[in-house]
Structure formats: C-alpha cells, structure tokens
Design a binder for this molecule. Sequence first.
Ligand code: FDA
Length: 390
Amino acid sequence: MQYDVIVIGAGAAGLMCAATAGQRGRRVLLLDHARKLAEKIRISGGGRCNFTNLHARFDCYLSANPHFCRSALAQYTPQDFIAMVERHGIGYHEKKLGQLFCDDGSERIIAMLDEECRLGGVDRRMETQILKVSREADGFALDADGGSFRAASLVVATGGLSIPQIGATPFGYQLAEQFGLELTPLTPALVPLTFHVEDAEAFAPLAGVSLEVEARAGKGRFRENVLFTHKGVSGPAILQVSSYWQPGMTLELDLLPDADAASWLEQKAGSEQLISNALAEFGWPKRFAEAWLEREGCNKRLKDLSPKQRLQLAERLHGWRVKPNGTQGYKKAEVTLGGVSTKALSSKTMMANAVPGLFFIGEVVDVTGWLGGYNFQWAWSSGYVAGMHC
Ligand code: FDA
C-alpha cells in the first residue's frame, strides 16, 4: 500500500509527528509492534504524565551537540503543547520547578494525541512487526507481518532502550546503522545508582530515607532529594546526576546544602549534645544521622570534636564522596543517553542529511533531557518538526 509518510513507533514523538503530518494533508501510516498505544506516556509521571516543563531550554538537554535541540524547541515550544492540552480540556498543574502534570491520568494525553491523529486521517496499525526496510528510487519500502507498505518519507520514532518489558527495542539504532548513520554511545540515564556490596550493606537499613541534597557528578549538579534504596541511591537528585555520571566516577553529595557546616559546628563546640541529635535541626532523620556518623567514625558529642575534626566533618557534610559501582540499568532507567548522532541530522527538519526522506525523532536521537518533563517536550518538538517536513 502506498502512503506519503510512514512513521514507525506510536509513542510520544511518533504520535505527534503522525498527527502533524496528517493534518497537513499527508497520507500517513503509523506502525507499532506493541499491542497498546504509547505505553511510556501511560506509565510516566507516576501515571499523571509530566508532559512538559515551562523552563525547557537547550541547556537542559545532554547531547554531543548541545545546540542541536534549539531549533526544534523554538519551532514547537512548551506553550504550543500546553495550548493543545487546553484545547482538549485537560486539567493540569505545576508540581514544582516548572514541571506540568495532568490532574487526571496520563491516558488523557494519549487520548488527545490519538484524537489529533484521527483528525489528520492517520492510518494506525498496532501489533505489526517490521521485517525489512529498504530504500527505493522514490522513497522507502517496508515489509511487515501485516503487508508491504511504501512511502516517500520514513520517520523513525522507536524510542530508546529503557523498560524493555513494555516494548523498547534497538530497532531505531539498527535502522540508523543500516543507512550508514553514526550512533553515539548508549547508556541508561535518569537511573538509580548502585553501591559496592559493603556500602550497600551499610546503608541498607536506611532504605526509604529521603534527604534534600546537592548531588554532583562530572558536570552535573542538582539540588533535589536523594532516596536511599537497598542497592544504593535514587530519588530526583540522583536520577538527574546519573546522566552525568560515568563508571569509575565519584558521586559527591552536599548533605547540608543550606548551611555553613563549619560555622555551625564552631557555634556548637562546647555542647554536650550528640552530633546525631544536633543534625535533626536540618531535618536529618535520626537513623540516617547515626548510620552516616558511624561510617564516618564520628558518632560522638559535639564537645568531643577537636577543631581539626570539626573542619574535617564540615568538609564531609558538604562533600560526602561515595563511589557507585554502576546503575540499575535499562530495566529502571527512564531514558537512554546517546543515540543517532546529531551530526547526521538536520536540526531544522530532523531529516538525515545523507538520506533524503529519512527522519529520526524523539529519544532515538542523541538528545536527552533532564528529569521533569523535558524528554516529552523533546518528543513533541522533534515530532512536530519532522511532521512539518516529511
Ligand atoms: P517512546 O518510547 O515513547 O515510543 C517508542 C514507540 O516505538 C513505542 O510505542 C514502541 O512500542 C515502539 N517501538 C519500539 N521498537 C519498535 C519496533 N521494533 N517496531 C515497531 N515499533 C517499535 N519523560 C517526561 O518528559 N516526563 C515524564 O513524566 C516521564 N516519565 C517517565 C517514566 C518512566 C517510567 C519512563 C521509562 C520514562 C519516562 N519519561 C518521562 C521519558 C519519556 O517516556 C520518553 O523520553 C519518551 O516516551 C520518548 O518518546 P519517544 O516517542 O521517542 O519513544
């Protein structure tokens, strides 16, 4: 069957692209191997879909070319997506830091995009395995288990590798390689970090404890909560910084980001109070204070600290260093860092420079957002841009 555009992947970016192209009058076929539409939207934001971020800017994204996402983000902004959400009467609220969530479930966003595709006359086929993609003189030919399809434009929106249990595959990366496009290295990102056995055992009793910190790794620096787990650390501060962490790197946590620990310890120098009790002033849970001080060999009364020990403790409170031994991998990662090299694509259209008519959008591209609605905004923006040019 002949179409103008075939979009592979009915997730966030693919739905946006198909709807946009369809509403331009293009005959669009949207294919997905999964049974259900946009499973990642469904599970996102704890079921409420953090669908954009008011502060989405190019510097909230990681990529070998950090400027690549500028054009798409300018062509389709958070305000454009919010306008669509409002047009569909979907209630939303800002949770924190510009993060917009649905008042009701994420299904509302899926239904909205599905309706936009319907308005564009998009032909959608789920549970379709794509067996072969080849290039022809006037476009692309696809052999799928539901038949053979042809189109002048082919848009690849198959996402990243995270959460394979709901349909993630390396299909998009393999297709890029088939057409000679370069990939940047792929790693799980926005992912919990794991500790070596002895650290994990030491902190296991703290599983569930949460604390506001500034987490630092490489060029990443985020002020949010850390959550101790049975295997290591998670929580927004860690998920954010995980995108900057690489094996072998030390993770540094400022455990008292609002205080000046050296002056505080100085003021309390003569106190009979146990340090673990005094730290409750900063909202530290007692069991965390005790376990942390125990490990630092410092579980004593404030008056028993020498001036040198006070300085050392202050340094560690503002820069506690721990060496993770890895991440919890794609099973727990929200996204994949890396992907189709931006060098191979036009930032204005998302089309492959060397393969006219072939587009890559969304997470399969080497553009990875911070936690907080940035990744969906990239999916909407890149999907829209390709939809306007395919
Ligand atoms: P997406 O993964 O959405 O879609 C890819 C589609 O391609 C899927 O439908 C898949 O079935 C299909 N596909 C894959 N291989 C195929 C093949 N071989 N053949 C045919 N079809 C194939 N982001 C955010 O901004 N706010 C949030 O709240 C969250 N929350 C969140 C929670 C969790 C648990 C995860 C795992 C991720 C998030 N994210 C997020 C990230 C966000 O979900 C992600 O960045 C976008 O869904 C990416 O959109 P894409 O369309 O590129 O891929």
